[in-house]
Design a binder for this molecule. Structure first.
Ligand SMILES: Nc1nc2c(c(=O)[nH]1)N[C@H]1C(S)=C(S)[C@@H](COP(=O)(O)OP(=O)(O)OC[C@H]3O[C@@H](n4cnc5c(=O)[nH]c(N)nc54)[C@H](O)[C@@H]3O)O[C@H]1N2
Ligand SMILES: Nc1nc2c(c(=O)[nH]1)N[C@H]1C(S)=C(S)[C@@H](COP(=O)(O)OP(=O)(O)OC[C@H]3O[C@@H](n4cnc5c(=O)[nH]c(N)nc54)[C@H](O)[C@@H]3O)O[C@H]1N2
Ligand SMILES: [Mo]
Length: 686
């Protein structure tokens, strides 16, 4: 598609066309959201000037100078009255590496706060925690995507790539042709339907039972002597404890918990062990749970016992979600992290980064708190009183969102940087309009750990500013003596130094080589050629061995539906992106999916007296969502599915729990309990 954007002065800028490029990851393909993304650059609702809430409660346009003076003055006041930790920062996995890096530095040095975390906590934290624990490193795919092309078996656990990463399904064709595509999802999704030719397999467990399923698969692999004993001996530790932990998970017991037939489990275990070319991949469906880290760990244990990671043509990985979901989790937006995936509590890491930043190590605050805890502290004694948001629509996408809205109402100051008046921006005291993807330079790191250049294609509208500039101006007004460059290439040069010697080492990469199109996979130490494939010889723990970690099902971890209740499963639709802040503003996408629909099985609907299209109420102790019913045999009768792309009273997160995984602090997005009723008469939706 082509469009002709206008600059702030109303002059017509050169047209921007979004075109698929011939690139091995997507093979020149782009999903529908990609094709329509250019429309957002000139969307009528795009913000064009800073907005400040006046005494009348309404927004008024302000000059940049006035808006920034106001924010800095207010931050100074809050800091001196309540301490530096009273200011919080909430970042995003869509930010470029440069912006994510500067945001982390800004929080620690200009604000002096430990209270920074980001929406990747909702996305990749369980997979990251499991990867770090097992392998000593967290890179989503430890191999290039094209490696999947040669696979004969691919196990997809809780991911609907056909809708969430459409170009990716090209890489499944080999396994599909070999009859080895296996999709584990409580819904018969577009991805599950790729197995419809009868050669692949769709496994449809009860929501939230993947851990038992994986323990059962591991049980069969060990019991039937399908494990790769040489690999386990040479490359791992912890096998005995894992063997003991799966001993009681015989297939019939697993069947009773998951609903997956014991025979299917045995067949699947044999297929996974059948030889070369097996990959195990996880997505949010198994990770976004209170036991998400343990579930991802169980998947890794299975992969290790089969000898997959690091073996050519085989492997384990997790499918990173957001545009810069990988890079966004490496350079300091996480509350416990410094650039280069360094630990903020590690004295050597602090000394190194302090050296690059030109400060004493003591000037860097200690670890903060993860996203959910940060939001729970809003406006509470000892909690955050001013919040800066960069790249998240958190009043739609956070769990237990009514509590988040209440927290925001208690704040002294909310500042949101965005392109649009998102639901979160609409609650702010100050909204600062920022540049979009086609208007800025920078880098992103993709799901394979490959660093890519983002190029500026058009001039941004006159009223918006780049976040690097905003942060440097705020830092100056806050009296910070640290350097905050506004040129992305200079920022990247600093990031290289800060990451040097860390786990995610970018020191050997520069813009010039990226501009030449050279492949750059981290770790990429200075003078090296980068690392497209990890684990061929060793894992990243000091002894080079992978850790098998025994995990177990915690019965009390999540509530199970009682009589008359259903399990609420949440997730995504092809047409919408995340909180919908962007895609609900594209008419073509909005018209395709204008409202939240609750998908349920016809048998369940029948039992509840619900017909297709009926107005429903989904409710639990946290909140109520009103929407219409969509009947489909593609979902288990014990579940109801709601996409989380909608705001206000259709926000699925009114119903989700802010209980978190004890290791990763990932909230329970995927399995919650609800009561579904048909609305009649005056209560029905207009
Ligand atoms: N169209 C679209 N594409 C996107 C996004 C988007 O919002 N829209 N977001 C991007 C981002 S940030 C991310 S993180 C990725 C996410 O990509 P995915 O992980 O593919 O997305 P989800 O739809 O959240 O979840 C995947 C599947 O998990 C299933 N599921 C739910 N509960 C369970 C369970 O207990 N067990 C199992 N096995 N499966 C379960 C759901 O039915 C769903 O089909 O997508 C990225 N791509
Ligand atoms: N129930 C339920 N909830 C979920 C999930 C689920 O599966 N179920 N998935 C979770 C996951 S995986 C994720 S990743 C989150 C995502 O949810 P959010 O964090 O809300 O992500 P987005 O909707 O992408 O919001 C990004 C916002 O920042 C703006 N933005 C985009 N780029 C930039 C930028 O460069 N700078 C600035 N300042 N703003 C920018 C956009 O316009 C938008 O308003 O939702 C989580 N919430
Ligand atoms: Mo995500």
């Amino acid at each position: 598609m082509t469009l002709t954007p206008m600059d702030a002065a109303g002059r017509t800028a050169p047209p921007v066309t979004v075109a698929g490029r011939d690139f091995p990851t997507n093979r020149g393909g782009l999903c529908k959201k990609g094709w329509t993304s250019a429309e957002l650059l000139r969307a009528p609702s795009r913000l064009g000037a800073p907005l400040v809430r006046g005494a009348d409660g309404a927004f008024h346009e302000a000059s940049w100078g006035d808006a920034l003076d106001l924010v800095a003055g207010s931050l100074r006041g809050i800091r001196s009255a309540h301490g530096a930790d009273a200011v919080g920062v909430f970042g995003g996995g869509g930010l470029t590496n440069e912006k994510a890096y500067v945001l982390g530095k800004f929080a620690r040095l200009a604000l002096g706060t430990s209270r920074i975390d980001y929406n990747g906590r909702y996305c990749m934290s369980s997979a990251a925690a499991a990867g770090n624990r097992a392998f000593g490193i967290d890179r989503g795919l430890p191999f290039p995507l094209e490696d999947l092309d040669g696979a004969s078996t691919i196990l997809l656990l809780g991911t609907n790539v056909a809708e969430t990463m459409p170009p990716f399904i090209g890489h499944l064709a080999g396994a599909q042709a070999a009859g080895g595509l296996v999709v584990v999802d409580p819904r018969r999704t577009a991805t599950a339907r790729l197995t419809d030719d009868g050669r692949g397999l769709h496994v449809q467990p009860a929501p939230g039972t993947d851990l038992a399923l994986l323990l059962g698969l591991t049980h069969v692999v060990i019991a039937e002597r399908l494990a790769d004993a040489d690999y386990v001996d040479a490359r791992t530790t912890g096998f005995d404890a894992v063997r003991r932990s799966v001993a009681s998970w015989w297939p019939e017991r697993v069947q009773s918990v998951t609903g997956v037939p014991a025979l299917t489990l045995r067949r699947l275990a044999r297929r996974l062990a059948s030889g070369e070319g097996t990959y195990i991949l996880t997505g949010r469906g198994v990770e976004q749970h209170v036991d998400g880290t343990d579930t991802a760990t169980a998947a890794i244990n299975l992969a290790l016992i089969l000898g997959l990671p690091g073996r050519p043509g085989s492997g384990y990985g997790t499918l990173t979600g957001q545009g810069n979901g990988q890079g966004g989790r490496e350079h300091g937006q996480k509350c416990d992290q410094l650039p280069g995936y360094r630990k903020i509590v590690d004295p050597d890491a602090r000394a190194h980064v302090a050296g690059v930043w030109g400060v004493e190590p003591d000037a860097i605050p200690g670890p903060g708190v993860p996203a959910v805890e940060l939001l729970q502290s809003l406006g509470r004694p000892g909690g955050v009183r001013a919040l800066l948001v960069h790249g998240s629509n958190l009043v739609v996408s956070s769990p237990n969102v009514e509590a988040v809205r209440e927290g925001i109402a208690r704040l002294d100051l909310l500042v949101v940087c965005d392109f649009f008046l998102s639901e979160t921006a609409a609650l702010a005291d100050v909204v600062l309009p920022v540049t979009q993807w086609a208007e800025e330079e920078g880098t992103m790191t993709n799901l394979e750990g490959r660093i890519l250049r983002r190029r500026r294609a058009i001039t941004p509208p006159g009223g918006v500013r780049d976040e690097l500039w905003i942060l440097s101006e705020l830092a100056r007004r806050l009296g910070s003596t640290a350097t905050f460059d506004t040129d992305p290439e200079l920022v990247f040069e600093e990031l290289r130094l800060a990451s040097e010697g860390g786990i995610a080492d970018y020191s050997g990469i520069d813009y010039a080589m990226l501009d030449r199109g050279e492949a750059a996979y981290w770790p990429f130490p200075r003078g090296s050629a980068g690392t497209p494939r990890l684990f061929a010889e060793r894992f990243a723990h000091a002894d080079g061995l992978a850790r098998l970690v025994a995990v177990s099902v915690r019965e009390a971890a999540r509530p199970r539906p009682a009589e008359g209740e259903l399990t609420l499963v949440t997730g995504r639709l092809l047409e919408h992106y995340q909180s919908g802040a962007q895609t609900r503003r594209v008419p073509e996408l909005d018209e395709a999916q204008p409202e939240a629909l609750a998908s349920m099985h016809p048998a369940t609907a029948d039992r509840l007296g619900i017909a297709d299209g009926d107005d429903l109420e989904l409710a639990n102790g946290r909140g109520t969502v009103r929407c219409r019913a969509r009947l489909t045999p593609d979902i288990r009768p014990d579940a109801v599915f709601l996409p989380f792309h909608y705001g206000d009273e259709q926000a699925a997160n009114l119903l989700t729990s802010d209980a978190v995984d004890p290791i990763s602090s990932m909230p329970e997005f995927k399995t919650n309990v609800v009561r579904v009723t048909r609305l009649v008469g005056a209560g029905a939706l207009a």
